[in-house]
Write a protein that binds this ligand. Structure first.
Ligand SMILES: Nc1nc2c(c(=O)[nH]1)N[C@H]1C(S)=C(S)[C@@H](COP(=O)(O)OP(=O)(O)OC[C@H]3O[C@@H](n4cnc5c(N)ncnc54)[C@H](O)[C@@H]3O)O[C@H]1N2
Ligand code: MOO
Length: 417
C-alpha cells in the first residue's frame, strides 16, 4: 500500500512512528501518484462557456450537445453520377439534373434523366444507375436498376432534433465538418485554456552544447509542443528567467495564463525559489511533491486570483513526467473534461518496482505487451524519445508484470482496454 500523508503503519508496539517508515522519497509529504493527479484535476476550474464560430472552434470542447436542427440529407439525393430512372427499363432519357438544380421534372414509368452525385433525385425516381453501367443508344437507356439503389434517402444521416454528440466531446475536424453538414455556423464550447512557460536557471544556454558550468535548455523546447498536444494554447513564447526570487515573483504576478509552468526551481537548493515565491504571493499548495520517479519534486499551487502554477523539476525527463502527471490533469479539467482512465497492459519481462514510489518507465508496445526501452533516468530524454508510452508501475516489493499506460503524447486518444 502507498504511504500517503498521515498514513503511518503500526510499528508492532501500538506506536505509529512515521519517521521509522519514511520511504526513500525526499519530500516529506509526497502524495501517491494517482492521488496527486486526481487533486490536480479537482483543483482546476473548467473555463467559461462561449459561442465560437466554426473556424475558431477546433480544439475546444462542446459545452452543450450537438443537436441537428435539420434532416440530412434534406431530400433524396443521387449517390452516383449516372441516370435516375423510374420503373423497369428500357427508359427514355428526358433531361439532365445538374448539381444545383432545385426542381427536376417528375419522372413517369419508363423515363430517365441524367443526374450527378449529390443532386436531388426527381420525384418518382426508383433508383439511380451508375454511368459506367449505362448502355445508351440515342436517347434510349438500358442497364441494371435495382429498386432504391444509389439513392441517399432524406434524413438517412440524421433527422431534426437528433442528438449527434454529447457535451464534453473535443471539437476536431470531423466534428467541425459534421456541424457544418447540419447547417451550424457556431458552437457552444469551452475554449482551450492558456498555458505560459517560465524556464529558470542561470546555468542554461539556448544554443549549442552543454559545457562545464553550462547546460543546454532541454525543457523550453518541449513545453510548446506538450502544451499544444494537451489541448491548451501557449500564452506567448517561453520566458527564460535567471535564478532570482524577485524575478520569479514578478513573472508569476505579471504572466496572464490559466496555468503557469515553472521549470527548474522545484527542489530545496539555494536557487530553488518556487516555493518561497509562491508563499510570498499567498498561493495555496495543492500538491507539494509526488511519490513518483522521476518527478517527485513537482508541485501544483493556486494563486489567489485562481491561476494555477505547476512546478516542473529541472531534470528534463522529470519535467516531462510532471507535465504528463499534474499538468495534463489540470489542463484536462480546465477544458471541462474528465480524467481519462489509463489502461492496463502486460509487461512480459517484468519491471522492478520501487518500494514506495510509482515508477514512470519509457516502454515500447509489442504484441506481447510493454517492453522497457532503457535510458529512463530523470536527466535523460533518450528513453522517452524512442518510447511509445510510459508504463505507470505501481509501488511494490518486487516486480510488476502489468502496468498502466500513460501516453507520451497527451493528445493521444487512450488505447482500448
Ligand atoms: N536536496 C535535494 N536535492 C535535490 C532533490 C531533493 O529532493 N532534495 N531532488 C532532486 C531531483 S529528483 C530533481 S528532479 C532536482 C529538481 O531540481 P530543480 O527543479 O530545483 O532544478 P535545478 O536544481 O535547477 O536543476 C536540476 C538539474 O536539472 C538541470 N536543468 C534545470 N533546468 C533545465 C533545463 N531547462 N534543461 C536542461 N536541464 C535543466 C540542472 O542543470 C540540474 O542539473 O533536484 C534534485 N536535487
Ligand atoms: O525525481 Mo527527480 O524529479 O528524479 O529527477
Amino acid at each position: 500500500m502507498e504511504d500517503g500523508p498521515g498514513r503511518t503503519p503500526d510499528d508492532g508496539r501500538g506506536v505509529r512512528r512515521r519517521a521509522d517508515l519514511e520511504p526513500a522519497v525526499p519530500r516529506r509529504d509526497a502524495l501517491p501518484w494517482d492521488v496527486a493527479r486526481a487533486l490536480a484535476h479537482a483543483a482546476a476550474r473548467p473555463g467559461t462557456v462561449v459561442r465560437r464560430r466554426l473556424d475558431e472552434a477546433d480544439g475546444c470542447v462542446l459545452a452543450t450537445p450537438l443537436v441537428s436542427p435539420v434532416a440530412v440529407p434534406p431530400v433524396d439525393r443521387a449517390a452516383m453520377d449516372g441516370y435516375a430512372v423510374r420503373g423497369d427499363g428500357p427508359w427514355r432519357v428526358i433531361g439532365h439534373v445538374a448539381a444545383g438544380a432545385v426542381e427536376a421534372r417528375e419522372l413517369e414509368d419508363g423515363q430517365a434523366t441524367g443526374i450527378v452525385t449529390g443532386a436531388a433525385v426527381p420525384a418518382g425516381a426508383t433508383s439511380v444507375m451508375r454511368s459506367e453501367d449505362a448502355v445508351l443508344t440515342g436517347d434510349l437507356l438500358e442497364g441494371p436498376a435495382e429498386h432504391g439503389r444509389h439513392i441517399r434517402r432524406a434524413g438517412e444521416e440524421c433527422e431534426p432534433g437528433d442528438h449527434l454528440l454529447p457535451a464534453g466531446v473535443i471539437v476536431d475536424p470531423a466534428v467541425l465538418g459534421l456541424a457544418a453538414t447540419v447547417g451550424l455556423n457556431s458552437l457552444v464550447v469551452i475554449p482551450p485554456p492558456t498555458v505560459a512557460a517560465l524556464v529558470t536557471g542561470d546555468e542554461l544556454v539556448h544554443r549549442g552544447p552543454s559545457s562545464p558550468g553550462r547546460t543546454r535548455d532541454a525543457i523550453g523546447p518541449m513545453l510548446p509542443g506538450l502544451t499544444a498536444r494537451a489541448g491548451a494554447k501557449a500564452a506567448g513564447a517561453v520566458t527564460h528567467l535567471p535564478d532570482s526570487r524577485e524575478r520569479l515573483v514578478q513573472a508569476l504576478r505579471e504572466t496572464r495564463a490559466d496555468l503557469l509552468l515553472v521549470s527548474g526551481s522545484s527542489a530545496s537548493g539555494p536557487a530553488d525559489h518556487l516555493r518561497p515565491a509562491l508563499s510570498e504571493l499567498g498561493a495555496e499548495m495543492i500538491v507539494d511533491g509526488v511519490a513518483c520517479r522521476p518527478g517527485h519534486p513537482q508541485a501544483l499551487a493556486v494563486l489567489p486570483d485562481g491561476r494555477l502554477v505547476l512546478g516542473l523539476p529541472g531534470n528534463p525527463f522529470a519535467a516531462f513526467v510532471a507535465f504528463l502527471t499534474l499538468g495534463v490533469a489540470a489542463i484536462t479539467r480546465l477544458r471541462g473534461l474528465p480524467l481519462p482512465e489509463l489502461h492496463q497492459i502486460a509487461v512480459p519481462g517484468g519491471i522492478p518496482c520501487h518500494p514506495s514510489s510509482t515508477r514512470l518507465v519509457p516502454i515500447r508496445l509489442t504484441p506481447q505487451g510493454a517492453v522497457p526501452v532503457g535510458h529512463g533516468g530523470s536527466a535523460m530524454l533518450r528513453g522517452p524519445a524512442i518510447a511509445d508510452a510510459l508504463a505507470v508501475v505501481a509501488p511494490g516489493p518486487s516486480e510488476a508484470i502489468a502496468a498502466r499506460l500513460l501516453p507520451l503524447d497527451p493528445g493521444a486518444r487512450p488505447w482500448a482496454g
